[in-house]
Design a protein around this ligand. Structure first.
Ligand code: ADP
Length: 484
């Protein structure tokens, strides 16, 4: 019998995505199928989700789920087995899943995501109109109350796993919310959902889940310390025995330079002509000089403090002096958007930026850039450097979290033994980033070395095969422990 898992998340690729969480939640079911694990994914019924759902069948009805009637609808979309929480009063709003048209969080987000967790718990307890899963696997704060509902409600609860994709987002809300959550009063204490006098959704999940995972081994270490721990480090130290890090894979069917519909021509390690075509297309798209030999750096990122792109702005004179070009695709903080627009205006032909979210263009950047810069201050796993490896854009990354775990720095030793795949720098400062840019320029100047780096990068296994094995092993271990 396969292990059955209910995966609970607020986004899932390709239906609804704001970041790496969606990619992981969308890719894991397919990868885990090969490990004899059957995953059903529970997601909120945003318009983008209900519209994509096929063969939807109502399996359960709630007379009142946090302010209105709701249904659980089981069906499929894009090969995923889904259960959708169809609650129009909470989710029938198009656009970003968390933010309203005024750019602010929806005021009822605490209830919207309590509802997701409540629905998950109903299914987990076998009351959701579908067979009870062996394991309920909650992702990020939006699903963080799931273990709490299960612990406080259920006597025959399934095993639970809580995965943190980014500890910066914690879902912390005023304690006055508590009576509306339908949790018992005694849940509000340090061993429960209480968090610095407030209700902490992620805290609840981390406290009460049987196992905690995060998305890289290094981040699993870092979050036990005060900097990356962001207030939760004490709890994570206390639960270190239940905490592990499993690096993410990428969907190698969608991110495949040999069969990518967004590229002008396919390419592969054996046939690299298509890469030159992508570089030319990219330079043209961003209004850069179409020089095939230019050291073209790329960035695809949210523009937020976490991602360290203020440091890259400061490093632009160095990048220009090193002969580099730069293309940036991103959206986020207004000051950074402005900064990159100004940089592009100040360096026509050398720097270009597109402010916005553009999936096809993200593919073209990975395919056409010589190097991809990721100067994150912290990075739980990071996906863009994995796409870069696969597409042969040499990652230039800060040495934190998953970036440290996935990129082998091309230092003297690594070059001598032919194992480098990118450049790492630390600490995450402008100075260190500038050093890495200069080092990249020196390596790029020797095309034999650069091509070797690129071959190594493209040969790196970034698929879900190994991570899926690790998750399956975790699930088996968890079930084994409970049985004994
Ligand atoms: P995070 O989840 O913290 O934003 P990750 O590197 O884990 O960072 O994942 C980011 C994902 O979002 C990648 O798939 C990346 O290609 C995509 N992405 C980020 N910004 C953009 C953008 N402006 N346009 C298109 N894709 C983007």
């Amino acid at each position: 019998m396969p292990i059955s898992v209910l995966s609970v998340a607020s986004e899932v690729f390709p239906l609804i995505k704001t970041g790496g969480l969606a990619d992981v939640v969308g890719a894991l079911p397919g990868a885990l199928a090969a490990e004899d694990v059957a995953v059903t994914t529970l997601v909120p019924g945003y318009p983008a989700v209900t519209e994509a759902l096929q063969d939807g069948q109502e399996v359960h009805a709630f007379a009142d789920l946090f302010g209105g009637p709701a249904r659980l609808v089981a069906g499929t979309a894009h090969g995923l087995d889904l259960i959708v929480v169809d609650a129009p009063h909470l989710y029938a709003r198009s656009g970003n899943p968390y933010i309203g048209p005024d750019g602010r969080d929806w005021q009822d987000n605490p209830l919207r995501f309590a509802a997701l967790s409540r629905a998950a718990a109903e299914i987990g307890l076998g009351r959701g109109g579908v067979p009870q899963p062996d394991i309920v696997h909650a992702h990020d704060w939006q699903a963080g109350l799931t273990p709490a509902y299960l612990v406080y409600d259920g006597w025959q609860r399934p095993a639970t796993v809580m995965t943190v994709h980014n500890l910066a987002f914690q879902g912390q809300f005023e304690a006055t919310l508590l009576p509306r959550l339908g949790l018992p009063a005694h849940a509000f204490n340090m061993e429960g959902v209480e968090y610095y006098g407030a209700v902490g959704y992620l805290k609840a999940g981390l406290q009460l889940a049987d196992r905690i995972t995060t998305v890289s081994p290094t981040y699993a270490q870092e979050i036990r310390g005060p900097d990356a721990g962001m207030g939760l480090d004490g709890l994570l130290r206390a639960r270190a025995g239940q905490l592990s890090g499993i690096i993410n894979g990428v969907d190698t069917a969608i991110w495949d330079p040999a069969a990518d519909p967004f590229l002008p021509a396919p390419f592969s390690p054996k046939q690299m002509k298509g890469r030159a075509a992508a570089k030319a297309a990219l330079q043209e798209r961003f209004g850069l000089a179409t020089n095939p030999n230019a050291l073209l750096f790329g960035v695809v990122s949210r523009l937020s403090w976490q991602k360290g792109l203020d440091l890259l702005l400061e490093a632009i004179p160095t990048l220009i002096a090193a002969g580099g070009q730069l293309v940036l695709l991103g959206a986020g903080e207004a000051a950074l958007e402005r900064g990159y627009r100004n940089a592009a205006a100040a360096h026509p032909g050398r720097i270009g930026c597109v402010i916005g979210y553009d999936e096809p263009l993200a593919h073209l950047i990975q395919a056409g850039a010589e190097a991809l810069i990721v100067p994150s201050r912290f990075e739980p796993c990071g996906l863009t450097q994995l796409y870069a490896l696969r597409y042969g854009a040499i990652p230039v990354v800060s040495s934190v979290g998953g970036l440290a775990d996935t990129i082998i720095d091309a230092n003297e030793m690594a070059l001598a033994s032919g194992v480098g795949t990118g450049l790492r720098f630390q600490p995450t400062t402008t100075l260190a980033l500038e050093g890495a840019i200069q080092r990249a320029a020196a390596l790029h100047a020797d095309q034999t070395v650069w091509k070797r780096l690129r071959r190594n990068a493209m040969a790196t296994d970034v698929s879900w095969t190994n991570p899926a094995r690790r998750y399956a092993a975790l699930y088996r271990d968890l079930l084994g422990n409970r049985a004994s």
